[in-house]
Design a binder for this molecule. Structure first.
Ligand SMILES: [Zn+2]
Length: 852
């Protein structure tokens, strides 16, 4: 076996980019499938690349057993070098042939070709193809692929269109040149849920969702979501599908959510299988979004790909932005925007303000798998949103048209992307580019003044230093502002101010009285707004702002301000907050989904981050206690309203995952969570018993756990659902998420000993250990038991699945925010992992960065 992993981890720099010395004119692969001895025979036509003088012929390869290699039909000797092999090759076009043996069955890392429940499947992004055969495994090398699969499997799929099949074989041809990371192969005992679509130019496309027998009943929603995505991309971006066939396959063992391989998307089964009985409203929404996301990659990612992995946000930021637009159109813009802001603040701000901070386009990495982050994806999408806000909708469309026209079939960079905007709009993108190259979240402070009819807002931006970036230059920040009069009417509708300097003022003249400003409407930039304000003004905006995001934001700020006082001084819950909230949720003119968001308190880790930013060392138990007290107070103060609201939010008729019904259920669920604190779980038990869909059932169970009356229901739920692996994931997760701080580690530990726990399945591992890290007070409990338990399991998982292990190390990224004792225990846990012999490159890099 040849394995490059023995080489010392090497840092790779963006500045060192050079094109590969050879172009790949065509690739032909034959797979002879066998669980432990699959043979892969490759025939690749190379020709010298005129764009470079680098003549080194180096092919990536990892854990490959090379049987032979030939050039132009003659067997040759190759040289094993770290990460692959080298060979002497002609200076004219030549045919490379090689045969390797690989072992899919023992591939637990789930990269390259592996088996999941006996089914063969692949995951090649970012660098998995090198575990399949020797190849220039880099995104800027693009080629057409011909694939022949030989095996006894019922269904054998690859990219592109089928060209031939018979007993024991299937052949595929993908006419669109692609990098190796988009290669895919699936073979197994699968059944399909078929569908069809006709593109706007009349091309008929056969659609399939392939699943394990028994899952056929869970495909209909995914199929509809796929068709909606295809229509939406034609209508909004003018992007049409380009093959005769589009296949989706559901796989149980998968590190990521899903993968956009050309014509053959592979999905984590949790991100595609859906039925009312087994999936929650949140699952349905997520599945619709992920199917759209992967489909949209066909243009933003596949037709136009990335030159190198530093440019990952070129495809991911843009595609996340596009799927967010899609979800807004399908389900309502306000709630989607609020959800996205919560998600960004919860995950990306933690990253951006800690040791793992990196720009959306990083300058260097050791292991690219560690850069599939909230910064690259979600902040990358925010950057596109800002760009659109700054240039306007029309110019954005013009620029995107130019992007597709100019770069189709190419591997591009952020510079190419920004040049398109410069050319389409005539604006310089030099300053804006800093969003791509700088890490950290800007703090945007604002001062207000009013004098003789002139209202002035003076903004200042400061970004704290991040690893490797001490000085931060000012960025271009779109600040959406509207003005309200004292009586609550809007006098100045939303206007986008363009801030380009470190400090900058904007004026409104000839006003008859001092207005109330609504700043950063629609969350117009991913910054932390530091505003001199007070709870009275927040309550005013919560009652009157015409911008739904900022109305919600005012409520959120009020809740944070009352929680901060409760945590740090033991003050009672603010009457102003409770009264304002009460008025807002009674307003039946407001969307139920929006009111559900108002009733949802900030996460405890977000509160810890807030305290840390304010110079207070967070005490996880004190945060937990304050949140419990506030929820109980809310339930008591609103006890006349809540049952009425709960009753009014019940949905009649059969279950539908549509936004209108889902939003009603969301409000009912948020209300039930409060009612259960005062009625001993009576309403929750009734909902659990009567539920005919998973949203109601899981909501009932969750509220029963809140009321500490969940024991019987937990048992019953298990008995009912033990056969369904995706529902069982919820069962694992819920128990850990709802455990009291002192019981969290023991609950998680007991579940890891449960017969249905398996650490090699990433979904089950995340449901249990991910939930442990997500239970803030439980994870950071004084005993240190959760830190130790997580470390134990990361040590166990690392040799089998480095990717999932490394990602979960992020649980420790905020370790420096806590008191000295907790810091010591967390550091010791991380050092214990780092001390393991043969620790993976992925995990080593993550922990070293977190500790540095
Ligand atoms: Zn993606």
């Amino acid at each position: 076996m040849q394995d490059a992993a023995t080489a010392t981890p090497e840092t790779i720099f963006l500045k060192d980019y050079t094109p590969f010395g050879y172009k790949v004119d065509s690739v032909s692969l034959t797979f002879k499938l066998a669980p432990r001895a699959t043979r892969v025979i490759s025939k690749i036509v190379f020709s010298p690349n005129p764009e470079t003088t680098d003549a080194r012929f180096f092919l990536h390869g990892k854990q490959l057993d090379l049987k032979w290699a030939k050039i132009d039909g003659t067997e040759i000797a190759t040289r094993a070098v770290p990460g692959g092999l080298e060979a002497d090759v002609p200076t004219v076009p030549f045919l490379w042939e090689a045969e390797v043996e690989i072992s899919p069955e023992t591939n637990t890392a789930l990269e390259g070709l592996y088996q999941s429940n006996g089914m063969y499947c692949t995951q090649c992004e970012a660098e998995g193809f090198r575990k399949i055969t020797f190849y220039p495994d880099r995104p800027d090398v693009m080629s057409t692929f011909t694939v022949r699969i030989e095996g006894s499997e019922k269904v054998m799929l690859s990219n592109g269109n089928p060209t031939a099949s018979g007993t024991g074989f299937a052949e595929w041809y993908d006419p669109w040149p692609k990098p190796a990371y988009l290669f895919a192969l699936v073979a197994g005992d699968l059944v399909n849920h078929p569908g069809s679509f006709t593109t706007k130019s009349g091309r008929p496309v056969e659609l399939n969702i392939w699943v394990r027998p028994g899952d056929e009943g869970k495909c209909a929603f995914g199929m509809e979501a796929l068709k909606k995505s295809m229509t939406w991309d034609e209508e909004v971006y003018g992007c049409e599908y380009d093959l005769d066939l589009f296949n989706i396959v559901a796989v149980d063992d998968f590190n990521m959510g899903a993968m956009e391989n050309k014509g053959l998307n592979i999905f984590n089964s949790s991100c595609v299988l859906a039925s009312p009985e087994t999936s929650t409203d949140a699952n349905f929404e997520r599945i619709e979004a992920i199917i759209a996301h992967e489909y949209f990659h066909n243009w933003t990612g596949n037709r136009i790909t990335c030159r190198d992995w530093f440019q990952l946000c070129l495809k991911e930021g843009l595609t996340v932005f596009r799927d967010a637009q899609f979800t807004s159109d399908m389900r309502g813009a306000a709630v989607k925007r609020i959800n996205d802001a919560c998600d960004l603040r919860g995950r990306q701000y933690a990253e951006d303000n800690g040791p793992l901070a990196h720009p959306p386009r990083p300058d260097s990495f050791v292991e690219i798998n560690n850069f599939y982050t909230a910064t690259v994806y979600e902040k990358g999408a925010e950057v596109i949103g800002m760009l659109k806000r700054l240039v306007g909708d029309e110019a954005y469309t013009k620029a995107l048209d130019l992007y597709f026209e100019r770069h189709d079939g190419q591997a591009c960079t952020i510079e190419d992307w920004l040049n398109v905007f410069e050319d389409a709009t005539g604006r310089s993108m030099k300053r804006f580019k800093r969003w791509y190259t700088s890490a950290g979240t800007p703090r945007l402070s604002v001062k207000e003044s009013y004098n003789k009819g002139t209202f002035k807002l003076t903004f200042r931006q400061d970004t704290p230093p991040t690893p490797g970036q001490k000085q931060k230059k000012p960025r271009v920040i779109p600040i959406a502002v509207g003005l309200l009069a004292e009586d609550g009417t809007e006098t100045h509708p939303t206007q986008v101010l363009e801030m380009t300097k470190r400090q900058q003022s904007f004026k409104w003249e000839k006003l008859s009285a001092k207005p109330v400003a609504s700043i950063l409407r629609e969350f117009s930039a991913p910054v932390i707004l530091q505003r001199e304000t007070n709870d009275t003004e927040r309550a005013f905006l919560l009652a009157h702002d015409t911008d739904p995001f900022n109305r919600w934001e005012a409520g959120r700020e009020l809740s944070k301000s009352t929680l901060k006082a409760m945590i740090t001084t033991g003050a009672p819950a603010s009457a102003l907050y409770l009264d304002s909230l009460h008025a807002a949720i009674r307003d039946d003119a407001q969307d139920p989904g929006f009111r559900a968001m108002l009733l949802t308190l900030p996460g405890q880790s977000e509160l810890a981050q807030m305290l840390h930013d304010d110079g207070v060392t967070p005490d996880p138990q004190a945060i937990y206690d304050a949140v419990q007290t506030l929820k109980l107070t809310m339930a008591q103060q609103m006890q006349d309203t809540l049952p009425r609201l709960y009753a009014a939010s019940q949905v009649d008729g059969p279950y539908s995952p549509d936004a209108a019904d889902a939003n009603k259920r969301a409000l009912a669920g948020a209300v039930l969570g409060l009612i259960s604190r005062t009625d001993g779980g009576k309403t929750a038990q009734a909902q659990y018993d009567d539920a005919d869909n998973m949203t109601q059932q899981l909501g009932g169970l969750s509220a029963l756990l809140t009321a500490e009356k969940g024991e019987a229901a937990v048992q019953a739920f298990y008995t009912q659902w033990r056969h369904d692996r995706l529902v069982l994931d919820k069962w694992f997760m819920l128990q850990v998420a709802h455990a009291a701080p002192e019981a969290t580690a023991a609950t998680a530990e007991a579940l890891t000993r449960h017969a249905d726990f398996t650490h090699t399945n990433p979904n089950r591992f995340r449901a249990t250990l991910g939930a442990l890290a997500g239970n803030h007070a439980g994870f950071h409990h004084d005993s240190g038991a959760s830190y130790a338990l997580l470390a134990d399991w990361l040590i166990t998982l690392d040799p089998l699945n480095p990717q999932t292990t490394a990602r979960m190390c992020a649980a420790f990224q905020t370790w420096r925010h806590y008191d000295a004792k907790r810091q010591d225990v967390m550091r010791a846990a991380m050092e214990r992992i780092l001390a393991q012999k043969d620790l993976s490159r992925d995990t080593t890099e993550m922990l070293s960065r977190i500790l540095s």
